[in-house]
Design a protein. Structure first.
Length: 153
């Protein structure tokens, strides 16, 4: 056993020497965004102006410019300025806005009526301001619509 230890012992390994090499590590970060939204519930409408909010959250790569657009919804004949919810054939009109004063319509034309921002790598919450105008008296029941929010970057 002593002979084997002498042949493969520590002094032989130290005399073997060392060598090094370097290598480069690379990656390309592509601009990207993720989007999610909460439901907008007006609750019970009694013919008086009713306001509600929803939140659209975008998470985009740092320094990526983004635009959030909202489509007209699923109500036949709706536009981004004349949205409606349906209960069978009955409809209830409402509007979506980009500002708390509810003066800036929220549509889907980039540079005209979308919400803009710049990604910072973290989730950014954006409020959707909804309003049902006063003076509508459609048939009682549950009214719904589906809006698609799209982030362009």
């Amino acid at each position: 056993m002593a002979a084997i230890a002498a042949i493969g012992g520590p002094s032989e390994l130290a005399e073997a020497g060392t060598a090094t090499a370097t290598f480069t590590v690379t990656a390309t970060v592509q601009a990207t965004c993720n989007i999610s939204a909460t439901n907008l519930s007006f609750g019970t409408y009694t013919g008086t102006q009713t306001d509600a909010t929803s939140t659209i959250t975008v998470t985009c790569t740092n320094t990526s410019a983004w635009n959030i657009g909202l489509n007209p919804g699923t109500c036949p004949g709706a536009t981004v300025t004349t949205r409606c919810m349906l209960n069978g054939a009955a409809q209830l009109n409402y509007a979506l806005f980009r500002d708390a004063a509810r003066t800036q319509n929220w549509g889907q034309t980039v540079g005209t009526d979308t919400l803009t921002g710049t990604g910072n790598g973290a989730a950014q919450a954006n409020t959707v301001y909804g309003r049902i105008p006063a003076g509508q008296f459609p048939a009682p029941g549950a009214y719904t619509d589906t809006i698609t929010a799209t982030v362009s970057f």
